[in-house]
Design a protein around this ligand. Structure first.
Ligand SMILES: [Ca+2]
Ligand SMILES: [Ca+2]
Length: 255
């Protein structure tokens, strides 16, 4: 229940300047903050993404390149309902045109910012988890995945992302059937609510246009928002409370 949650919102690590990081940077999550659950708390931050296919390219058999998606990190100090929203944005030299898709995971990237798909350790993980098949990168949009940095060549302490869920703009089928989770309306934005326990989470967002990897790479902007929202049981309690008040009012009128 979130009705009695404290009303403090601690924003940690904001405005750290990652938005101006080069497009080929390794995983530098933009930290949305630490939330202890007040309904209505909301933070929006913008990032750049090199192309419009990074998310959906991670849904196929050979996975995707984490450099083609942007990472957003946040922490909950207690269970809460959160709504994650991503939409196209003009930001830091980026331009409109993104059709966003995102996946949410429990877990965080290395605080060194050194996690990348081509490190020796990441290749070890890719070979292990793919059974030796060719992979385009470490990013998996619909599964758990791991990645590590150059200081961890034997992959003993990778960053681990445990898949929770995903959503994407519009609807996509690149030959193997419609991919679940599309919002059905291609309008350059997508949003989805989750119930989450206390913990630290990372959302990876990128484009949902599988065909656009064959075209010239474009520098696109995305605005990511986390909003703490009432949960279904909170609505149920509110409705029950309203019903009770109505019954009391009726009793007073008839007394
Ligand atoms: Ca791929
Ligand atoms: Ca949409």
């Amino acid at each position: 229940m979130n009705i009695t949650l404290k009303h403090a919102l601690l924003i940690a690590g904001m405005s750290v300047g990652f938005a101006s990081a080069p497009a080929k940077a390794h995983i530098h999550p933009l930290v949305l903050g630490t939330f202890d659950g007040p309904v209505g708390a909301m933070v929006t931050e913008v990032k750049n993404i090199p192309g419009n296919y990074g998310w959906i390219d991670g849904t196929d058999a050979d996975w995707g390149d984490s450099h083609k998606v942007a990472a957003y990190q946040f922490t909950l100090t207690q269970p809460a309902g959160v709504q994650l929203s991503f939409e196209q944005a003009v930001a830091g030299g980026g331009r409109n045109g993104l059709t966003p898709g995102f996946s949410l995971y429990e877990g965080v990237a290395s605080s060194s910012g050194g996690d990348h798909d081509s490190s020796v350790g990441s290749h070890l993980i890719r070979d292990r988890d793919s059974g030796g098949a060719t992979t385009e990168g470490s990013f998996r949009a619909l599964n758990d995945w791991s990645i590590t940095d150059d200081a961890d060549p034997t992959a003993v302490s990778p960053s681990v992302f445990t898949y929770i869920g995903h959503a994407y703009d519009g609807s996509a089928d690149y030959g193997a059937g419609v991919i679940a989770g599309g919002d059905g309306v291609l309008d350059h934005k997508v949003s989805h609510a989750f119930h989450l326990d206390a913990g630290t989470y990372t959302a990876f967002v990128g484009g949902s246009d599988y065909g656009s990897q064959l075209t010239v790479e474009r520098n696109l902007g995305v605005a990511g928002t986390i909003a703490v929202v009432p949960e279904p049981e909170t609505y149920a309690m509110l409705l029950a409370g309203l019903g009770l008040m109505g019954a009391m009012a009726r009793r007073r009128r008839t007394a």
